[in-house]
Design a binder for this molecule. Structure first.
Ligand code: PLP
Length: 385
């Protein structure tokens, strides 16, 4: 079964679930017996373990990654009339979280690592700017050194969107612990995923952690004592039990993703396709393995014909979505982001992906490139017979 493969999913949880099934069943069984489904013992245990994993003083779990971002901004005092600078190249949730606070997301263009360009951040600063939200996109840590200087000089908060970067590091330091706070998502397809929605904030600030604990649970520290108008955004006990089991495997899974990425790098290089640019200081966790191709849409259709699923992250940036029409940003206003949206292609990537599956993807890409070459020389010979 492993020697020949005729289709490769973009992402597949089934093998991981089969392997973990006995441990997961046992962990869930404990929750069923305790019958404490909200704020049960597993929630606190997971928070302690995830804080320790990241090297953060505190972890506060919440209902989703979006909620982690929104509540963190709100607890930092961000709201209507404020601006938060975000990279244009991100999943729309980064921007939506800002909008949910009543503040305005201000998109800036990206650098060659798909991270927000700090020069553009500087020029986007206004009197209303209150925070900057760097996104560790695709699982690669952004270099936050210069950004932190800008934030310090202007008294701005830095909220890291680490929703794609569980375990990613910069100079050995975990993402999420470099700015004021780091926000994670446990959506099932993330590097650490639950069986539904979930999220967490890590921070070294005891005050922020305390405010977040109130914000996620109706503003109560003790039952029926409501100090602020908090939200209802908690991590289910069942999800925490699942995440506790999976957290033990995260480092090994990330290692497997890195090994697959190194295989892709070599094979693509041999075909003349540049592998993704990497920062030497960044411990990349390859939530996504993203290459660029000018003939991206044709490549994608060709690969699909070979049973190879790919993804596009993202086809349309948030400032060009109907939802953000109010920003009034025309096509071409953030050119690097818009160009990358036309070129990026995410190849299949998950820890359990086999060598045979990788082989099949590479054979598909090679076949596509030679089909393109034949097509081009045919077209040329038609023009000049
Ligand atoms: C997944 C994701 C989010 C949102 O997380 P949810 O748990 O789905 O709300 C935010 N930002 C980025 C970059 C993401 O990839």
């Amino acid at each position: 079964m492993n020697s020949t493969v005729d289709n490769v999913p973009f992402f597949d949880l089934k093998a991981q679930l089969a392997e973990l099934r006995p441990k997961l069943d046992a962990a869930l069984e404990v929750v069923y017996r305790e019958a404490s489904f909200v704020m049960g013992a597993e929630v606190e245990r997971f928070e302690e373990r995830f804080a320790a994993f990241c090297g953060a003083a505190h972890c506060v779990s919440v209902g989703s990654g979006t909620s982690a971002l929104k509540l963190t901004l709100q607890c930092l005092g961000i709201g209507p009339g404020d601006e938060v600078i975000v990279p244009a190249n991100t999943y729309i949730a980064s921007a939506i979280a800002v909008s949910q606070t009543g503040a305005r997301p201000v998109p800036v263009d990206i650098d060659e690592f798909y991270h927000m360009d700090v020069a553009h951040v500087r020029s986007a600063l206004t009197r209303r700017t209150k925070a900057i939200m760097p996104v560790h996109l695709y699982g690669q840590a952004m270099d936050l050194r210069e950004l932190l200087e800008v934030a310090d000089a202007h008294g701005l908060a830095v909220v890291e969107d680490a929703c794609q970067a569980h375990g990613a590091t910069f100079h050995g330091r975990h993402v999420g612990t470099i700015g004021n706070a780091g926000c994670f998502s446990f959506y099932p397809s993330k590097n650490l995923g639950a069986f539904g929605d979930g999220g967490a904030v890590v921070t070294n600030s005891a005050d922020l952690a305390d405010a977040l604990r109130l914000a996620r649970d109706f503003g109560q520290r003790r039952k029926y004592e409501h100090l602020v108008k908090g939200d209802n955004s908690r991590l289910d006990t069942l999800q925490a039990a699942i995440l506790l089991v999976k957290l033990d495997h995260l480092s090994v899974w990330n290692e497997k993703r890195r090994a697959l990425a190194a295989r892709y790098d070599r094979e693509l290089g041999a075909l003349g396709i540049p592998p993704p640019l990497r920062r030497a200081e960044a411990g990349h966790v390859y939530h996504l393995y993203v290459i660029e191709m000018t003939q991206r849409d044709r490549a994608r259709a060709f690969l699909a014909g070979d049973g190879i699923q790919t993804g596009i992250h993202y086809p349309v940036p948030f400032h060009r979505q109907l939802a953000y029409e109010d920003l009034g940003l025309l096509a071409g206003s953030l050119p690097k982001t818009e160009e990358s949206c036309r070129r990026v292609l995410s190849l299949p990537m998950f820890p359990e992906m086999s060598e045979a599956q990788l082989r099949h993807v590479m054979d598909g890409i090679e076949a596509f490139l030679s089909a393109e070459r034949v097509g081009r020389s045919k077209a040329l010979s038609e023009v000049a017979p």
